[in-house]
Write a protein of this length. Structure first.
Length: 702
């Protein structure tokens, strides 16, 4: 690919970012401004024009899906395979580093990676042992994650009790949790970046080797980095300082995961000679949509200034509808979606309904079901989170690392082998006494004379099966999975339907190696899966980041929901809520509808709701207001008529028979349009479905 070909579809600012030579670069890329294109083109430019070896460029994204898309784009540019290049997430690339060098910090490189479920199960077992209420596990796990994201392990916590609001019970759990991870030769997600940073901090010679290996570092979604990830990037880039960070502080919405928006400001301090380029041309949304987003986000203090603009034109006004309650709101949304679909311009997959909390989806699902409209909950259960897939992957994890106690406890009685909780408790007690994992303890018990025959009989079948599987760990992976299924009787146990998912897993595993595959399964998330069904997407605002839809609804535009009531008294939290709204608005390409309710049932109580305080930041010229009249199903229009309209009053009900002067008798399928221009869809046996305007069709009701 020539330089001209690579640059000819970029604007001036994008070209400047792509062709930047050596030295640090900060690209402030507003929503929809083509930042992924910039990173991909820059990689191709460095390797193709500047002749930087592709193997010496590390490109970091935040989802596996984004990493795969980057590889695909690079392959289309260069015609060469991107396999083997260091393109991936912070988690996957940190794991790759640790697989090589974790021995320097006293751990084995055949460690397993615990996903959120595995970590949760481990914390629950510790709470049960400590006689602490198990329902607290999510909060404890979140706190552990937050501490690790800030590079605070149990040692640092105990050494700085006053700094972290010391809680003795929590500290005991954290210490035990980390001890159990080490005993199981396991790392959780947050350990990956934290351990990589500790490896580089404690072993400068290892860091120098990686600095020599990678002359360029590129990071996408930089605003989502936590302290550990930022420090990892800073260490890797310290020698060459050829670091390109692309991000948007206005889209930093993951504080609850440890993301620190201040990293955008820290970058400018740590790399004081960094060139800063603003990408402000938006290719996604219309001007009215951008005006809504811009007027709300500019009220945030300490943001890095940028103002999005577009050549797409003004577009339709944004619509704001107030319903009586959440049920009316949901019915309104479902009916408008139906209108848009029947007009033929939009398919269901073009439409997304965003909301602040998952509880809001219940009324929306019910309304869509009543209308017979297909929908999917985005971020719902993914392939690798299905029970049967996690079961088989847990077998693989134990085969790869017999010390993985969490995975072993998942499969030891799966399928049932009469190894119940009491038996596991006895083995765990012996395991703690011997200070070794459950599997090693089971093998010890079978050889020991100090344990009962009954206990040995219960565990002998399982140990024999696992010994056979471990002995075959080096056969092709898809054959190993098939062997797991045949040796354990798993497929017969789960039944034909779920066995189909396991068959899919066997197909996916062809050509893969065991260690890499279990890492992939652990690091995979629902966000990495493509969805092609023609269905309305229902998702939280946090899940919407990185997506775009022609039509977007934001439900629950009320104080207490957006912004959330937890945030309204805290300046930083309120700023994050503004960013969350900004992200939601900028998902919309052509049409945006904000909806709210005067009353809403939240957390079992019916509450009076007020419009979102963000509404006061939006100029009245950017939107039109729609309010449902009480005790009627009609909509009152204020200010401006909706260009696509909302509801109608047709004399022809769905299912009624009509006669047309040319096509004869037909059946009404549906109706839509404004009151003075109602249109109907009629199925005529002679010619099929026709869309007709009642003003001109001369239909006769039969």
């Amino acid at each position: 690919m020539t330089k001209q070909t690579l640059l000819n579809d970029l604007n001036l600012q994008q070209k400047e970012a792509v062709t930047h030579g050596s030295g640090p670069l900060l690209v402030l890329a507003g929503a929809g401004s083509g930042k992924t294109k910039v990173i991909t083109h820059r990689f191709a430019y460095l390797s193709g024009i500047h002749k930087v070896p592709p193997s010496s460029i590390m490109a970091i994204t935040f989802t596996n899906k984004a990493a795969e898309e980057m590889k695909e784009r690079l392959e289309s540019f260069t015609g060469k395979s991107a396999n083997g290049l260091w393109i991936g997430t912070f988690h996957s690339l940190s794991a790759k580093i640790l697989r090589r060098d974790i021995g320097h910090i006293g751990l084995r490189n055949d460690f397993c990676i615990y996903d959120e479920d595995d970590s949760g199960n481990l914390v629950r077992s510790i709470l049960k042992e400590f006689k602490i209420h198990e329902a607290l596990y999510k909060g404890i796990l979140s706190k552990i994650s937050s501490l690790k994201a800030s590079l605070t392990g149990p040692e640092e916590l105990l050494a700085n009790e006053d700094s972290y609001g010391f809680d003795e019970k929590f500290a005991r759990v954290y210490v035990r949790y980390q001890d159990d991870l080490r005993r199981n030769n396991a790392l959780d997600f947050d350990d990956l970046s934290m351990c990589a940073v500790r490896l580089f901090d404690r072993h400068p010679s290892v860091l120098k080797r990686y600095q020599a290996e990678f002359s360029h570092l590129m990071i996408d979604e930089f605003q989502d980095t936590n302290a550990a990830q930022y420090n990892l990037a800073r260490l890797l880039a310290a020698k060459h300082k050829n670091i390109c960070a692309v991000g948007d502080d206005d889209q930093s919405i993951y504080k609850f995961r440890g993301a620190e928006v201040k990293n955008m400001h820290s970058f400018k301090k740590d790399f004081s000679k960094a060139k800063v380029i603003h990408l402000e041309q938006n290719y996604r949304s219309t001007r009215n949509i951008l005006n809504i987003a811009g007027n709300v986000i500019e009220k945030n203090p300490s943001r890095l200034p940028k103002k999005l603009w577009t050549e797409r034109g003004e577009g339709d006004k944004v619509y704001y509808c107030i319903a009586g309650n959440e049920l009316e709101e949901a019915k309104y949304i479902a009916r408008l979606i139906k209108e848009l679909y029947l007009k033929g311009k939009h398919s269901y997959r073009d439409i997304a309904v965003l909301y602040r909390i998952s509880q809001q989806s219940r009324a929306l699902e019910e309304a869509l079901r009543e209308n017979g409209q297909p929908y999917r909950i985005f971020g719902g259960i993914s392939f690798y989170q299905r029970r049967e897939i996690k079961d088989i992957v847990s077998y693989l994890k134990v085969i790869a690392n017999p010390d993985d106690t969490v995975s072993l406890k998942r499969i030891v009685n799966c399928p049932p082998r009469q190894i119940g909780a009491a038996t596991i408790a006895r083995i765990e007690n012996e395991s703690r006494r011997r200070e070794e994992g459950l599997y090693r303890t089971m093998k010890y018990i079978l050889k020991s004379n100090s344990h009962t025959t009954a206990l040995k009989d219960k565990i002998s079948e399982f140990v024999n099966i696992m010994e056979g599987l471990i002995a075959n760990r080096n056969i092709p992976l898809h054959e190993l999975i098939a062997l797991v299924c045949s040796q354990t009787g798993y497929l017969a146990w789960v039944g034909e339907e779920k066995a189909g998912y396991v068959s899919d897993l066997i197909t996916i595993a062809e050509g893969k190696d065991l260690d890499g595959f279990v890492d992939h399964a652990s690091l995979h998330s629902g966000l990495d899966e493509a969805h092609t069904d023609d269905a309305v997407s229902l998702l939280t605002l946090h899940s919407a980041k990185g997506l775009e839809f022609p039509v977007v609804f934001i439900a629950g535009f009320e104080d207490g929901l957006l912004p959330h009531f937890h945030a309204v008294k805290d300046t930083e939290e309120l700023a994050e809520e503004r960013r969350l709204f900004y992200v939601g608005v900028t998902r919309a390409q052509d049409m945006l509808v904000l909806t709210g309710a005067k009353k809403r049932r939240l957390y079992t109580s019916l509450q009076e709701q007020q419009p979102s305080r963000f509404l006061a930041d939006i100029p009245g010229t950017c939107y039109c207001r729609i309010e449902k009249r009480p005790k009627t199903d009609k909509i009152a229009f204020q200010a401006v008529k909706l260009s696509g309209n909302i509801l109608n009053t047709s004399p022809f009900a769905t299912g009624s028979r009509v006669k047309h002067p040319k096509w004869g008798i037909g059946v009404v399928r549906d109706s839509y349009g404004e009151t003075d221009d109602v249109k109907v869809m009629v199925n005529f046996p002679s010619v099929g479905i026709k869309r007709l305007s009642l003003k001109f069709a001369n239909l006769e009701k039969i």
